[in-house]
Design a protein around this ligand. Sequence first.
Ligand code: FES
Length: 285
Amino acid sequence: MTEAVDGARFDEKTYAELQEIVARYPQPRSALLPMLHLVQSVEGRVTARGIETCASILGISAADVSGVATFYTMYKRRPVGDYHVGVCTNTLCAVMGGDEIFERLKDHLGVGNDETTADEGTGKTITLEHLECNAACDYAPVMMVNWEFMDNMTPGSATDLVDDLRAGKQVRSTRGPRVCSWREAERILAGFPDDRADEGPAGGPPTMLGLQIARENGWTAPDPQRQPQPGQDAAEQREPGPTQKQATEDAGTPEAEGDVAVDEAPVERKGGKGSAEADGKDASR
Ligand code: FES
């Protein structure tokens, strides 16, 4: 069936792809997020028929789907332009120039937050939005075009970027990958790759600096065998408080007998990594 509840129709290909997404998951409802991305790739936003179709396929209510679509900011209820341009105005990027970039772009493009430039017939349209942290603070101030990173931006490089986008020029992320259209990016987020995932570096020098320093100093990650295991009582991992220490000292009394198991774990750790005491106990686990 390709008919949505409200009578509007998706084409056969889109409907089949929505069902293909559902088939990836043990629980159909888990498919909702990529399904909504596919809807956006076709419709340019999350439409009423997209909501109704997802609900119908998954056997849930339209209210359930709408609740998800309105919770996450990557789902848009208003049409997005050819390029979604995001400017990070979270704390670090803001103080590094993100606020200034966002104000400059609003003036340059003549739009406010979450608004789209007019289609002038010769170029592409841009939707401008201020974003929260993109987890790329080491390259602040950061922008994104259709979720591709633009690092270390300035007001000048930002206006040059949007001018190139509007003129239809091929633009690349500062990390290398070519920028595609917003609808193409949404299709990728729905799980239909464009085979360009390997374009650009996995991590640049600022991102890898911590690892480099750790290697220079011979630092290693904590032994995972010594981390709390699923189901293990977190209290067993804590250092003993004054009451527990007193109980240890009072071991042998009837009241303290029941606390011995609680106290054993902290005593274990007192030997420290590498000590014969600690290593012996670890080996017995
Ligand atoms: S504050 Fe902008 S990427 Fe983190």
